[in-house]
Ligand binder design. Sequence first.
Ligand code: DP6
Length: 347
Amino acid sequence: SVYRATTTAPVNIAVIKYWGKRDTTLNLPTNSSLSVTLSQRSLRTLTTASCSAAYPPADTLNLNGSPQDIQSSKRTIACISNLRALRKALEDADSSLPKLSAHPLRIVSENNFPTAAGLASSAAGFAALVRAVADLYELPQSPKELSRIARQGSGSACRSLMGGYVAWRTGELADGSDSLAEEVAPASHWPEMRALVLVVSAEKKDVPSTEGMQTTVATSALFAERAQNVVPERMSAIETAIKYRNFHDFAEITMRDSNTFHATCLDSWPPIFYMNDVSRAAVRLVHDINRVVGRTVCAYTFDAGPNAVIYYEDKDSEIVAGTVKAILGPNTEGWDGVFYERLANVT
Ligand code: DP6
């Protein structure tokens, strides 16, 4: 017989960025981070995990229709072997359970957005992989406990197992057992929050984030300052802003942290550039909108690429989304697509 489980996982966009590892094997971060999980309307990964004694002996992974070489991906192996060990422990404790841990796994995964667009596809991808295999194995572990496994696939993936506002605590232990994601507030806590994802059309060969952060850790003095002195204060300040639904503070901290993160990239040697002229046009536009309206109605953030994510509240959608779309929207030079997203509740 074939055992099967299917799941989806959303993308998350950090407002306090994860950048830098203190342990590259366990994938432990230098600083805590905080993100917002987006709804799965336009951006999500759909994954089916199955296993059977009748499958050919090796585990397989198919991504967007192409077979992947699992053996060359330490991260995928780490996730699968951790999940299999948890299943094995269940089977050892209860001999009536089918021995699924001994069966080859078949994982099929598909994004509903262009993987090349430079959106946080690894976050949704590894979160969906971990969730699907955990469901297949009927593991009792909570999303917080599973985040320890997803983190080893891709750091940002640990935050996609939960909805709403999610913090990834850096932790202190050398074995990483306290480096976990936890929900700070559900999406329903601040139902007005919206995200506008602006995709830059020019396909850029960015420095992959894993490689970029190693260069930054090794060469930037500003990086250490950010991790030790800047992020801890921002983490508590943004958690307070979320608690009281204070958009002004949420927005300012988000924009400043995106800017500081990109400053550490520029301070790396050789320097790393993720934002381009089109990205900078979005930064200027957000500041212009806030100045003209006379209060903070929108905030930008940029990951390891030129795409912009703009946060705003639904009551300001006309002024924010309307203006952004008119000035930077699709069919305007430099931008390829716009996705409007609410926040997601993931259970
Ligand atoms: C800029 O999670 O892709 O998006 O752990 O090496 O897979 P690895 O890195 P990854 O880095 C994401 C970096 C970021 C900021 C963030 O999402 O917090």
